[in-house]
Ligand binder design. Sequence first.
Ligand code: TYD
Ligand code: MG
Length: 466
Amino acid sequence: MGFAFSHKIVMAKTSANFVCAACGNATTKWAGRCEACGAWNTISEEVPLSQSGPAKKTLGNSRGRAVPLTDLSSTEPPPPRVASGLSELDRVLGGGLVPSSAILVGGDPGIGKSTLLLQGAAMFARAGLKVIYASGEEASAQVRMRAQRLGLADAPVKLAAETNLRDILTTLEQERPDLAIIDSIQTMWADNVDSAPGSVSQVRAAAHELTSFAKRSGMSVILVGHVTKDGQIAGPRVVEHMVDTVLYFEGERGHQFRILRAVKNRFGPADEIGVFEMTGAGLAEVTNPSALFLSERGQPSPGSVVFAGIEGTRPVLCELQALVAPSPHSQPRRTVVGWDGGRLAMILAVLEARCGIPFAGLDVYLNVAGGMKISEPAADLAVAAALLSAREDVSLPPETVVFGEISLSGALRPVSQTENRLKEAQKLGFTSAIAPSGGKAGASSGMTLQQMGDLTAFVGDLFGAG
Ligand code: TYD
Ligand code: MG
């Protein structure tokens, strides 16, 4: 009789101690490469947020408050918006700033985020909002100097140079601004979180405190987030899910164009872009991006094709450039700037399999001029045209734009907004367009429209081959 049980309790390891700085994925062990996002050297150890011992009673057992329920049909007025007057910024926000919204503006260091937001702060302040600009990166004097240089010194913006989140929140509580700009979220330091500024836990905690303050108080908050290349500092992606709107400020070093792109927006269309030009006196709005993107185009030359695209709600024309040259390598190069490398491989495969035009043994370079990034499948046909034009060393007819999606079978698929694309092309002096058959094109545009059903017809028509 009498069995002796040994009560050896094995505590399960409850917390994941390693976090990826790029995507925020948590794991229990270190790895060189993040399983979730594929980034290298981004995983580091972090002290978990809650080390408060065993979990409390589950929420379901305690009595909460019954929340009021409404119907889907209940009529709430659309959110009131304040426009800054900086129309490219207002457009990307979906028509202006929505009260108590949280916005993230991400971008590479040095791309111009602080410049953009200082200009935005000044414009919103002039439009009547109470604006606080809190910088954790620059001293107030530096920000003031920049404002002077940009001719914004008279705007009623309140500055703070501070990184302590508790002090910033207390200030916001007292001042009750309509808009607070936090530059940058990676420099903020919450003293209740036991890890270094810039770590995933710190960035998340700061973003959480600031966005919940915004929701509670009716203030809007704009968080600046640097896109980071190494794993020492958490990137803006770890807070994307906490905010209403995610904007990325993009551009190529050495180009003056900057594109503000909405990748998520609860209060407006995603994919909308605003175009700016970085000048000696700050960011200038570009109201006609097509003219800007085509401004450096010289005479029609082999490999150069103008694509009539749509960005957000606007047609935008830009130039695609291809270079095809015999490769000295056993593995020929495929280099793409401004477009998707996988999509390029697909177009090359379709050209080879359906039209019998091989690219084996040839290096292929594709570039979207002006630092623009294109994600529309409608660029397929323009890419194919640029590749063929470069390979055959034949220029496309001048004043021609190209657009259309290519399927794996080699068929050309019509794309949306044919009419808008044609109108924009005509406005910029183009006289003809090559597009898939079946697209809805009105007779009004006055452009010569060449419509084709598949890629073979296209190759035959333009290059006399296929
Ligand atoms: P900044 O806004 O500080 O970038 P970020 O906040 O994204 O790190 O911009 C810095 C760059 O912008 C810097 O290289 C200088 C350039 N710049 C101009 O060309 N003109 C200007 O009027 C200003 C203010 C900056
Ligand atoms: Mg900055």
